[in-house]
Design a protein around this ligand. Sequence first.
Ligand code: SF4
Ligand code: SF4
Length: 193
Amino acid sequence: MIGIGVLKGMWVTLRQFIGTYPAGRWLLKRAGLPEGDGLCTIEYPEVKQQHAERHRVFPFLVYDATPDNLRCVACKICEQECPPQCIHIVGPAKDEQGRPLKTHGRTYPLRFDIDVSICMSCRICVDVCPFDAIEMDNAHEISSGGRFQELNYTKEQLLKSADYFQKIKPTEAAVVDQRLAAKAKKSAPPSSS
Ligand code: SF4
Ligand code: SF4
């Protein structure tokens, strides 16, 4: 029947409203209806909201063990693919002869900035990165007093450890770890035995 969905929605709102009051909860209980606690909000900041693991805010750069061991090799694929063009990479770092510098066997970006005032949290940078070097953070308490430089996150601000990634997104991190382990196995030199 046309409009039944609207009526159902209005009933949910009304029930929630009634359930805000002790007398209303008593009434709902008497009527054999779910009473709930009537609360739609939490006492933030004392109480923190529990987000689903896939909740995402802005990207961060992953490093293994120490911050100089970042996974990003400055290939710039994410910079090219980011729809609002809010990633800016300088590098890879080079020596005086123009040869790419390496640390832990990888090239690395001299600069890596993300302007989070423009980022739309689409996750495309994560999906296109061939090195699992960038992931989506779920930290959302990131308000700032300024609108410009303060929201242009630098490489140093973006770097977070693989342990942090495992802590906030254990399921996703386990898949990434498996993929990296398989890659490492594939590229390892064959044993001489
Ligand atoms: S984050 Fe990934 S895609 Fe972007 S530059 Fe680094 S390695 Fe390349
Ligand atoms: S999440 Fe989307 S908008 Fe934000 S930096 Fe990545 S690709 Fe760009």
